[in-house]
Each structure stands twice: as C-alpha cells, then as structure tokens.
Design a protein around this ligand. Structure first.
Ligand SMILES: *[C@@H]1O[C@H](CO)[C@@H](O)[C@H](O)[C@H]1NC(C)=O
Ligand SMILES: *[C@@H]1O[C@H](CO)[C@@H](O)[C@H](O)[C@H]1NC(C)=O
Ligand SMILES: *[C@@H]1O[C@H](CO)[C@@H](O)[C@H](O)[C@H]1NC(C)=O
Length: 319
C-alpha cells in the first residue's frame, strides 16, 4: 500500500481488519487462502481472502467488480469499467472525485434495480465501499508539480485495471494490472490518511444521502428499504447527526464492532483474540474523534434482507 502513498493509520486499520475477517489474524490475500497460517488452531476453515469476504470487507456496489449474488461471482465487469471510463471522458478525460461520486450513485441505482439481494452492509457499505471509490482517484491519479492532487486519465485507469481495447469494446485481463510508465505517486508529506479520507467521505455523503442508507433489497429488484440509523442504533446516531463532523466514520467503524461477534463466530472457534484485535484497531482509529459511543444495535432490523440472511445459513455467517 506504501507504493500508492497510503497513510500509516489507514493502511494499518485496513490491514488489521482484512487480516481478521479474511485472513489468519496476521495477513490476508487478495483472493484465496492466505499463505502464512498462524498455528492458532482456532480457525474454522481456511481463510478465503478478499474474494471470500462478501459483505464483510468486499461488498456489493464495487466500482468495477460485479455484485456477487447478481452474477454468481464478483469478477470485474467490462460494462462497469466502461461506464466509469465514459464519465471520465465526459469530464475532459479526467476521473476525479466528482466523477467517482456520480459513478457511485449510478452503481447504487443499478444495484437497486438489478440485484434482488443487494445489501448495503453496515461497515462494508459505509466505509469500505466509499473508500473503494475515493481510492481510485486518490491513489491512481498521476501526481505532478503542476497537479499535486493528481490527474487520472482514461489510459492510466485502463492500466491499473488491466483493460485493453477501445471504449466500449474493452477486455479485462485479470492479473495484468500494472502501474503505468512514468506514473507518480502521492508526495511523501501528503499520504492519504484517515482524516483525509473522512473529508472525502463527508463530501460524498452530503451529495447523496443514499450513501448512508444501510439496508437493501428485500428479495426482488427495486425493493430497497433503508434502516433508520436511529432505529438501528437506539438513537445514538440519526439521519441528522450522521452528516455532522466525523459521525459517519464513527458510525461505520463502531457498527463493525457490533456486528463482529456474529461475523467472527463463522470464522473462529474462539473469537476472543480476533475481537480484541479488532476492538483495539477501532479504538486506535477513532481516538480523538469524539465518537458518540455505540454500545448495542438492533440487528433484527436486518432480517428482512436476504443479502444479510444469506450470509448466515446456520445462524452464523458464511462467506
Ligand atoms: C504524469 O505526469 C507527468 C508530469 O505532467 C507526465 O510527464 C507523465 O507522462 C504523466 N504520466 C502518466 C502515466 O500520465
Ligand atoms: C439526533 O441526535 C442528536 C444528538 O446526538 C440530537 O440532538 C438530535 O435531536 C437528534 N435528531 C433527531 C431528528 O432525532
Ligand atoms: C477500547 O475503548 C473502550 C472505551 O474507551 C475501552 O473500554 C476498551 O477497553 C478498549 N479496548 C481495547 C482493546 O483497547
């Protein structure tokens, strides 16, 4: 992640989170079982990596990857890449945060319209998903003295996503993702940190309130129901205060702690260690943010969403 210029705080949090949910507590892979297995003896099965972490880390509404239950896999989709590429072209061959915000809204509407099991999950929807969009610009844009924030043109985007061909007849060849030649990363004094990400998150949320609506389709397309944040959190968060300060970030990160025991019990015989690591990571990440303290949530509010219940066939989550 250093190659991109990711802040240590953000990299650490994402690494710890990924290692807990998709790995073996020390590392995780992009797809498939992690190579280094700790002798913990408490893992229920082989860690599945990011591709096996649906709605825990990887979720619906990815920019380029399809929704798992819509396609039966979460492979990159040419149609989604082409839609983003086109928006960039219409913006003077520049994919910036406005373009990505617009694209995320399109993807949201597309998931509601096409994926009966669309589930906009508490943490993966409100934190990981927006990060997946802001990272595209913040990390893939080519930085220069003239454009310190960076410029992300169509060719650079194609290189990072292993795309060849011309719009709209693209081909994606997974495994061939590469840094473009002559491409420059973030300045060393300007790494992308959590406070920086929070600003981008707030800007996105203020433009489209959908981005805070944890919820989903109820088994048919176009049946999206959002869960009122106040109902979910017993009033600690509400639709109004979620748009203030760091609250959206607090909401997402604190929600994962509330969801963690269920999620982890599908992964570990004994969740103590994993839960402890996660709690410390969340504590470190939210230190100094004055987050409202979330101590419980009403998970039954999610029972009407098959995208949620499909994850736990026997009362525990399965990837
Ligand atoms: C990145 O920007 C520099 C400076 O403008 C330029 O020379 C270089 O060709 C650009 N690289 C890419 C991949 O666009
Ligand atoms: C939202 O919560 C804040 C405090 O956290 C409270 O002051 C406010 O009245 C609440 N707003 C609504 C609409 O419930
Ligand atoms: C996290 O913070 C909470 C609240 O301040 C505290 O009770 C808890 O002990 C901390 N946990 C860890 C693992 O640091």
């Amino acid at each position: 992640m250093k190659a991109f210029g990711m802040g240590f705080d953000l990299a650490t949090f994402l690494a710890v989170y990924g290692a807990i949910f998709d790995g073996d507590l020390t590392s995780y892979s992009i797809g498939g079982p992690a190579l280094s297995l700790l002798g913990l003896g408490s893992l229920l099965g082989e860690p599945q990596g990011l591709s096996g972490s649906h709605n825990k880390y990887e979720g619906d509404l990815s920019p380029i990857h399809g929704d798992l239950y819509q396609y039966g896999n979460n492979l990159p989709r040419v149609s989604q890449f082409a839609a983003l590429y086109k928006l960039g072209q219409e913006n003077g061959d520049s994919v910036d945060l406005d373009v990505l915000t617009e694209f995320r809204l399109q993807r949201f509407e597309q998931s509601v319209a096409e994926n009966p099991y669309f589930f906009f999950a508490p943490f993966s929807g409100t934190i990981v998903n927006p990060a997946a969009y802001t990272f595209i610009y913040r990390f893939m844009a080519n930085k220069s003295a003239e454009n310190p924030e960076g410029v992300l043109d169509g060719e650079t985007l194609k290189s990072f996503y292993a795309v060849t061909g011309n719009y709209p007849d693209f081909t994606i060849t997974p495994g061939h993702e590469r840094f473009p030649d002559n491409w420059y990363k973030r300045n060393l004094v300007d790494y992308y940190t959590i406070p920086y990400f929070q600003e981008d998150l707030l800007a996105m949320n203020l433009q489209h309130l959908q981005f805070l609506s944890v919820g989903g389709n109820t088994g048919t397309t176009n049946s999206f129901v959002g869960v009122e944040p106040a109902d979910l959190t017993n009033g600690v968060f509400n639709a109004t205060n979620l748009l203030e300060g760091n609250n959206a970030f607090c909401f997402g990160t604190e929600l994962i702690l509330q969801m963690a025991p269920d999620l982890l019990s599908g992964l570990f015989h004994d969740i103590t260690q994993a839960l402890g690591m996660l709690t410390s990571a969340v504590n470190d990440t939210t230190l100094g943010l004055n987050c409202p303290q979330l101590t419980s949530i009403d998970k039954t509010k999610f029972n009407k969403f098959p995208g949620y219940t499909k994850l736990k066939p026997n009362g525990v989550y399965k990837a």
